[in-house]
Design a protein around this ligand. Structure first.
Ligand SMILES: Nc1ncnc2c1ncn2[C@@H]1O[C@H](COP(=O)(O)OP(=O)(O)OP(=O)(O)O)[C@@H](O)[C@H]1O
Length: 700
């Protein structure tokens, strides 16, 4: 936090409190809190007291209990009892014992927005910044949530006066964060036409007119503008300004010079500039922003479609997309203040729908896609929560994308990775499982082999061959490929050798591939294996591994030490003997260190030598502490998307995604040279060469 809040002197809040008083009376019980709630843990403490997570004994529901000193005057926070909005922290109950007052609040497990922003702009392990920078669309989706809360407050003549990133809590750790406004310690009433004069708030987020002690509810709009700025560029606008000089800067000419703006659509900066107008008359007003309807999202879509990468190919202009958005049910006119906007479609959904409507508008024959997508569109637009029907409609929606039935659909790394992460996982019913374990996730993979159109007699690298090498056999027999199978587990490797005994065209490598050469600990689990610990190479390696093995819980027989080799080093070595010098097919069963294979090949300039890439991607399991399944899933999605986006970004430099669903199969084809490969003719007729019998390299 860059500055602490300045407290206001008491003001006349009578009518605000009197509104809240009725509700608060009905919510207040005088008892010992621990009769009704069980303590879970302390979450933090603030200037007024301590906050703990608690569980309601009967309902088992978890809440946050904020304990404050009981005073005769109700704290401004009591205002919260009269507020009910999806983006405002809900005060559920008040328990008093004559000494203390416990405010029972909705529990937010995602931390606060300040931390979320910090994490987004963190450096990754290779020092790359802006790795997970929110896209323009994500920034606006957050702005939409924040302004719906601010509009709700102002409608009720309440001004918050301390809007800043730490006061927006995240309901849970999620790919699509849901923020909730908290800390009403400085909130007060401000009727239309009323001018407030108390200098209060957090100086780095205070509007110029607050410094000048003459302001209205529009001070919250300024502060929210600064929060939107922080999300967009990763650091506060005035963070380098020492507090004594703040007023001069805040009241002067505002310049937004962060280099990060260049990653956003230009209108986002203009939008923030309108929120940070020095004079309140010129300041964009939240009601003018129409953030509670589709305006923001549709603008983003239109902007996204203008950029070449997002070019939709069918020549649809801006106006017709806008027309489409306008004709969507509920697409224009402000949503009610009952929070219904929270249920509106997300950006990715809107994008898909746009593509559907666009195809229609262009008079294209959408065939099966039309049939499948039209009911989805209607459901998405009318949705009220995650109904079964809505969930069911995602399957054809994904199917249509999978089969490339949406005209002009173009792959976009950031949007698509998040879209797939969110939907594919659900559609594969992972969310319904009680335990998010590796074996369960692995079971969601397709059980029939993927057959890409391959040239005959080429070389294939199959990373993560597993036990029977079934896929490898299919490829070898159909296409006469020279198959290099990589399998780190000695146990599975032995099975592989037995299973492929005598089969021509296979070279087995008893190691995995990753970013660097090292030994690692592998846990075999059911029919799958997973690296559970990595160990650096070094003199005391064996000792370390033995210690780790001793420390491992569970079945020690299910754990093996294995070799992981640097993909960048091992693959050229493997190919050195190869007469083609070209990889017809790379299969990566992406999990854990296997994600690094694509990066390793890219870093050493080898990726262009690969004709087709087949990815079997699935969720990476989050193994750290999590409160429940939902949180574990959400964190797993986050780490999966991060790796997934990283790999896709690399791949898209040399390859096009032909089609794919994550956690199932994806196919990528090399950008250039595809023609040359195709014109080589149908080599199925060619005589298959003699293949050497099974060979293997054994590192153990
Ligand atoms: N509803 C909640 N769910 C989860 N954690 C919460 C919740 N409310 C507060 N916390 C945690 O408790 C900490 C203390 O919160 P509190 O509102 O008392 O103080 P603060 O806002 O950090 O500081 P101050 O009181 O000085 O404004 C927060 O930083 C947050 O980590």
């Amino acid at each position: 936090m860059i500055s602490e809040s300045i407290e206001a002197k008491p003001v006349n809040k009578q009518s605000v409190f009197s509104r809240a008083a009725d509700v608060s009376r009905s919510l207040t019980t005088t008892s010992n809190i621990w009769d009704e709630y069980n303590l879970v843990q302390q979450l933090g403490s603030g200037s007024f007291g301590v906050v703990r997570s608690v569980t309601h004994r009967d309902s088992k529901q978890r809440y946050a209990a904020k304990t404050v000193r009981l005073t005769d005057q109700p704290e401004p926070e009591m205002l919260m009892v009269s507020l009910e909005h999806p983006h405002i922290l809900q005060l559920r109950q008040i328990v008093e014992n004559g000494v203390e007052r416990h405010l029972i609040l909705d529990l937010c497990t995602g931390g606060d927005l300040e931390k979320w922003i910090e994490d987004r702009y963190d450096e990754d392990f290779e020092g790359t910044r802006f790795y997970d920078q929110p896209s323009t669309s994500s920034v606006l989706c957050l702005a939409e949530q924040m302004f719906s809360a601010i509009a709700y407050l102002h409608e009720r003549s309440v001004v918050h006066r301390d809007v800043k990133p730490p006061n927006w809590m995240l309901a849970c750790r999620s790919l699509f964060p849901k923020v909730k406004l908290s800390d009403f310690g400085l909130a007060c009433e401000c009727q239309a036409g009323e001018v407030l004069t108390e200098k209060c708030g957090s100086p780095h987020y205070m509007a110029p007119e607050v410094f000048e002690c003459s302001y209205t509810a529009l001070c919250d709009v300024w502060s929210t503008g600064l929060v939107v700025h922080d999300i967009a560029v990763g650091s506060p606008l005035f963070h380098k300004i020492p507090e004594p000089q703040l007023e001069e800067h805040v009241c002067g000419l505002i310049e937004m010079t962060s280099p990060t703006w260049r990653y956003h659509k230009p209108f986002l900066k203009a939008f923030v500039a309108e929120l940070l107008q020095r004079e309140t008359e010129g300041r964009q007003d939240y009601t003018g922003l129409d953030c509670t309807d589709y305006k923001c999202c549709s603008t983003v879509l239109i902007e996204d479609m203008r950029v070449p990468k997002r070019s939709i190919g069918t020549g649809l202009g801006e106006s017709s997309v806008q027309d489409v958005m306008d004709t969507m049910p509920g697409g224009s006119g402000p949503a009610g203040l009952d929070g219904s906007s929270a249920m509106k479609p997300k950006l990715s959904e809107l994008l898909m729908l746009c593509l559907l409507f666009e195809g229609r508008a262009e008079g294209l024959d959408l065939g099966a896609a039309e049939k499948q997508l039209a009911p989805c569109a209607e459901l998405l637009l009318e949705r009220n929560g995650q109904s079964d029907e809505l969930m069911a409609c995602r399957v054809p929606l994904l199917g249509s994308l999978h089969n490339d039935q949406i005209p002009g659909y173009r792959y976009n790394v950031t949007e698509d990775c998040h879209f797939w992460a969110s939907y594919a996982a659900r559609d594969r019913h992972v969310e319904g499982s009680s335990i998010l374990d590796f074996t369960r996730l692995a079971a969601f993979r397709l059980n029939s082999p993927f057959i890409p159109p391959l040239q005959q007699n080429g070389t294939a690298l199959y990373i993560g061959a597993h036990r029977s090498g079934d896929d490898g056999l299919v490829f070898q027999r159909r296409h006469g490929l020279q198959m290099h199978l990589f399998e780190p587990s000695p146990t599975y490797f032995q099975m592989l050798r037995d299973s492929l005994a005598g089969a021509p065209g296979f070279i087995l490598h008893n190691y995995g591939l990753g970013s660097k050469t090292r030994r690692a600990l592998l846990r075999l689990s059911g029919t799958a294996s997973r690296i559970v610990n990595m160990t650096q190479t070094g003199a005391d390696l064996e000792e370390d591994l033995e210690d780790e093995l001793d420390d491992e819980e569970g079945d020690p027989e299910g754990t093996e030490t294995v070799w992981i080799r640097s993909a960048a080093e091992a693959i050229p070595e493997v190919l050195a003997e190869d007469r083609t010098g070209f990889v017809e097919l790379l299969h990566v069963n992406c999990e854990g260190c296997e994600y690094d294979v694509v990066q390793g090949l890219s870093q050493t300039g080898q990726l262009f030598r690969v004709g087709q890439i087949q990815l079997a991607t699935h969720l990476l399991e989050y193994t750290g502490p999590a409160s429940d399944f939902q949180e574990a899933l959400s964190l797993s999605l986050q780490i999966s998307v991060k790796r997934y986006c990283e790999m896709h970004q690399t791949l898209s430099l040399t390859h096009d995604r032909a089609w794919g669903l994550p956690w199932v199969w994806e196919r990528w084809t090399r950008r250039d040279g595809r023609k040359a490969l195709c014109s080589a003719g149908s080599s199925t007729l060619k005589q298959l060469p003699e293949r050497p019998c099974l060979q293997w390299s054994w590192l153990h």
